[in-house]
Design a protein around this ligand. Structure first.
Ligand SMILES: Cc1ncc(COP(=O)(O)O)c(C=O)c1O
Length: 405
C-alpha cells in the first residue's frame, strides 16, 4: 500500500537514541513511556527527535481529534493569544459564555461548568448530582458506577473506577461510591430512590477494553434511573465530541441524560473539561457549591469554540460514521486473515482488538513498525485515530497492523 514512500517508523539502530532526553530522570515515574521523544506533528503523523514518522492512532488518547498542526486551530490559537489568557471566574469573559451557549444549543443541557480535565469533570458531576439529590433528603447521596468503568484517578473518580490495581494502594477512597454489574437486574437491586444520588456510565467503556454498551441496556438504565429519581451521568470524556460519529455518544441511544462529562478533545490538546447539566440539576447549584481557578479561561475557551464548531460539522461526523463502519469491517477481515485477533469491538473512531499474546507486545511491535496504538487492559489494543483521518490513512493503519500481527 505504498508505505515505504512515507518513511514510516524508526530507523533501524536508532531505537535507543532518545534515552538521552534531557531531564527525563527528574520526571516522576507515573507512566511507562515508549523510548522515544516526540517533537513534531503533521496531520495524523507524529515525528520523533530522529525524524521518524509514526501514524498516530493514539491521538493523545482521544485528545488530538483534529490531528497535528491543523491550520485553523493554529490560527485560532494565534488570535486568542493576542487577547486575555486568564481572567478569574469572579468576572465574565465572552469566549466561555459563547462556548457554554453553543454546548447548550447542541445538547440536552441547560447549563455548563468548565474545568480542566476528565477526572475533574466527573468529580464535578458527582458533586452536582449530590447537591441536587440532597434536596430530597440527607440520605440520598450514593453514586453507582459500572463494572469495567474508568472515570479518573482523583479520590471520587477513582472510587468509581473498576481497576483494583489503580485503587488498592490509595484506600480509603471517597465513600458512598460502589460498582454494579453491567446488568439491569443487578442495577435494579442496588439502585435506591432513597439513598442513590447518581449512576455514572461510559456509553463506550474506553480504558475498560472498548466496550460499546448495548443501546437497549443503556435505555433500560435510563428508564430505571428516571423511575427512581436517580441522576444519570454519562462520562463522554473519551467517547464524546464526535468519536462515535455523533457530537455526543448519547445521541445514538435515543435517551437524554441528566449530566454529561466531557474533556479530552474539547480544546484539541489544551487542557479543558466540561460538565453539562440539565435544568433540574442546574437549579440546585448555588454560588460556592463548586469552583476552579482555571476553568473556562478565555484563551482555552476561544480555542474550544473553534474545536466544537469543527467537531459539530455534519460532514466530519458522517465521515467518522462511514469510515468507522468500514474500518471495523476491515479489522474483522484482518482478524480472519491473520488468525491473531480474538475479538473486535468499537464504533466510529474508537476500536478495541483482543489480540493473541499481550496488548503491550503488539503496541511496542506496532511502534517499531511506525504505528502508534495503545492498550486498554492486558489483552486489548485500542485504536483511536484523529477524527480527521481519511479512509486512506485508516487503510495504511490496517496494512501496518497486518505487518505487525
Ligand atoms: C472515560 C474517561 N473518563 C475520565 C477520564 C479521566 O480523564 P483525565 O485523564 O483527563 O483526568 C478518562 C481518561 O482516560 C476517560 O477515558
Amino acid at each position: 500500500m505504498g508505505l515505504p514512500a512515507l518513511n514510516i517508523g524508526p530507523t533501524p539502530g536508532d531505537a535507543a537514541s532518545n534515552e538521552g532526553v534531557a531531564g527525563r530522570d527528574a520526571v516522576l515515574g507515573t507512566y511507562k513511556r515508549g523510548d522515544v521523544e516526540m517533537v513534531r506533528g503533521e496531520g495524523v503523523y507524529l515525528i520523533d527527535a530522529d525524524g521518524n514518522r509514526y501514524l498516530d492512532f493514539v491521538s493523545g488518547i482521544a485528545v488530538n481529534a483534529l490531528g497535528y498542526s491543523d491550520a485553523g486551530l493554529v490560527a485560532t490559537m494565534k488570535a486568542a493569544s493576542e487577547g486575555l489568557l486568564h481572567v478569574s471566574n469572579l468576572y465574565w469573559t465572552a469566549p466561555a459564555a459563547r462556548l457554554a451557549a453553543t454546548l447548550v444549543k447542541r445538547s440536552f443541557a441547560s447549563k455548563v461548568f468548565f474545568c480542566n480535565s476528565g477526572a475533574e469533570a466527573n468529580e464535578g458531576a458527582f458533586k452536582f448530582a449530590r447537591r441536587w439529590a440532597r434536596t430530597y433528603g440527607d440520605a440520598k447521596r450514593d453514586i453507582i458506577a459500572l463494572r469495567g468503568s474508568f472515570h479518573g484517578r482523583l479520590f471520587a473518580s477513582l472510587a468509581a473506577t473498576d481497576r483494583p490495581g489503580y485503587r488498592m494502594p490509595f484506600r480509603p477512597l471517597a465513600g458512598g461510591v460502589s460498582i454494579a454489574e453491567r446488568d439491569i437486574d443487578d442495577i435494579a437491586n442496588v439502585l435506591s430512590e432513597d439513598t442513590t444520588a447518581a449512576l455514572i456510565l461510559e456509553p463506550v467503556q474506553g480504558e475498560g477494553g472498548v466496550r460499546v454498551l448495548d443501546a437497549d441496556f443503556v435505555r433500560e438504565v435510563r428508564a430505571l434511573t428516571k423511575a427512581r429519581n436517580v441522576a444519570l451521568i454519562l462520562d463522554e470524556v473519551q467517547c464524546g465530541l464526535g468519536r462515535t460519529g455523533t457530537l455526543f455518544a448519547y445521541q445514538q441511544l435515543d435517551i437524554e441524560p441528566d449530566i454529561v462529562a466531557l474533556a479530552k478533545p474539547i480544546a484539541a490538546g489544551l487542557p479543558m473539561g466540561a460538565v453539562l447539566v440539565n435544568e433540574a440539576i442546574a437549579a440546585a447549584i448555588k454560588p460556592g457549591d463548586h469552583g476552579t481557578t482555571f476553568g473556562g479561561g478565555p484563551f482555552v475557551a476561544q480555542v474550544a469554540e473553534y474545536v466544537v464548531e469543527r467537531l459539530s460539522d455534519p460532514s466530519l461526523l458522517a465521515a467518522v460514521r462511514d469510515n468507522g463502519a468500514w474500518f471495523g469491517a476491515q479489522l474483522r477481515e484482518l482478524g480472519r486473515r491473520t488468525g491473531r485477533i480474538r475479538g473486535v469491538r468499537g464504533v466510529g473512531y474508537i476500536w478495541g482488538l483482543d489480540v493473541m499474546g499481550t496488548a503491550a507486545h503488539v503496541v511496542s511491535e506496532a511502534m517499531a513498525a511506525g504505528l502508534l496504538v495503545c492498550g486498554a487492559g492486558e489483552y486489548t489494543v485500542r485504536i483511536l485515530p484523529p477524527l480527521v483521518a481519511t479512509r486512506e490513512e485508516l487503510s495504511q493503519g490496517i496494512a501496518l497492523l497486518e505487518q505487525v500481527l
